[in-house]
Design a protein around this ligand. Structure first.
Ligand code: SAH
Length: 347
């Protein structure tokens, strides 16, 4: 029989499991608290659990604990980039960003990615595998333990396409926001997707209060297809219909991400087309100056073009921000830290 993953279970599931082992009900609460509130890195830490129980748990279940391989700390803004190793040797990265309103962690949902977006480093070597709910949680847990500061916001915007690992990501969200765990408000959790239509519709009906961010990156299918292969599968009108459905079902305001690439999607005609396209959604547009990766020739739009693009959207009454680049001095966009680690290892 395949082993069950301790840290991916809800409290009721864990209780059933421990009852079946002949343990008293309070043991599951203790164990759950060690994992999800005290953020224990090992079973050995759980000193109020009998040693023989800890040994049985270690032998009969999957115990997920991430090993920190590297931490890069920005001298400019305190941003920290973490490289973690999974039990099978795969590595993933996560980022802690410090804002006035609190600490935000960006987590990976997959090791690698198979979506193939042209400007993104996470997808260059394809998908290694999906992450377990516990492996996504552990990124937040290890960072909170490392800094000793409470994490108040989580964005699923690291490597991977969260909607391509749907069940594990939804379970992760429920565990992260559970009152008996870290209790992070769902309103402070954002999931970013390249636009997998059936999964967006399914997510709309989960009864969650998270923010959905759509990676739009273009105001029409033609330009979008140049940047994102997924646009060949789902045309914009279908993706936007699914987003409207999400908004309707959850009442949550949408975020549209738009990475500005010089000469590809950043002129005023494109800003106008974008405003026409999403003006009716009362969403928020997040402009991201593209972070050039070595393997591709995309160039960041210049300051004036970014400002003109932003100014135009504002004039049209659209809520827009330009994403501040965090941790500039420690380098790298989504997946670059992992990629450079893997390249080094190969060499
Ligand atoms: N798979 C999810 C999460 C990706 S990362 C998605 O597609 O939404 C979060 C955002 O960063 C996405 O909008 C992604 O398209 C964008 N992104 C990835 N690499 C980038 C780069 N080098 N420069 C700018 N934006 C990038």
């Amino acid at each position: 029989m395949e082993k069950k993953d301790l840290k991916s279970m809800t409290l009721p599931e864990l209780s059933d499991e421990l009852l079946a082992m002949g343990e008293k009900a309070f043991r599951s609460k203790q164990l759950y608290q060690w994992m999800h509130q005290k953020l224990a890195a090992s079973l050995d830490e759980m000193t109020n659990l009998p040693k023989n129980l800890r040994e049985r748990l270690a032998g009969e279940y999957i115990w997920t604990a991430l090993e920190t391989v590297d931490v890069k700390i920005s001298a400019v803004d305190g941003t920290r980039k973490y490289l973690f190793r999974l039990a099978d040797g795969n590595v993933i990265e996560s980022v802690l960003m410090r804002y006035k309103h609190g600490n935000s962690v960006c987590v990976s949902s997959q090791a690698g990615c198979r979506m193939g977006c042209r400007f993104c480093a996470s997808t260059l070597d394809g998908l290694a595998r999906n992450l377990l709910p516990s492996e996504i949680l552990e990124q937040v847990y290890r960072i909170q333990r490392d800094t000793g500061e409470r994490v108040s916001n989580v964005v699923v915007m690291g490597s991977g396409e969260p909607m391509d690992n749907y069940d594990n990501v939804v379970r992760f969200i429920r565990l992260l926001s559970a009152p008996e765990g870290l209790n992070i408000s769902q309103r402070n959790i954002t999931v970013s997707t390249c636009g997998l239509v059936p999964q967006i519709r399914r997510l709309a009906e989960e009864g969650l209060q998270i923010t959905l961010a759509l990676s739009l990156h273009a105001p029409n299918d033609e330009v979008r297809r140049q940047l994102m292969p997924i646009a060949n599968r789902y045309p914009l009108h279908e993706v936007l219909d699914a987003c409207a459905f999400y908004w309707e079902k959850t009442g949550r305001r949408l975020t549209f991400e738009y990475s500005l690439v010089k000469g590809v999607n950043d002129n005023l005609g494109e800003a106008k087309a974008l405003a026409d396209l999403i003006g009716g959604y009362h969403g928020h547009v997040n402009l991201i100056p593209v972070n050039p990766i070595r393997e591709r020739s995309f160039v960041q739009s210049n300051r004036d073009a970014i400002e003109a693009f932003r100014g135009y959207l504002e004039k049209r009454g659209i809520n827009v921000t330009v994403r501040r680049e965090m941790g500039r001095d420690i380098g790298g966009a989504c997946g670059q830290l992992r990629k450079s680690y893997m390249d080094k290892k190969e060499a």
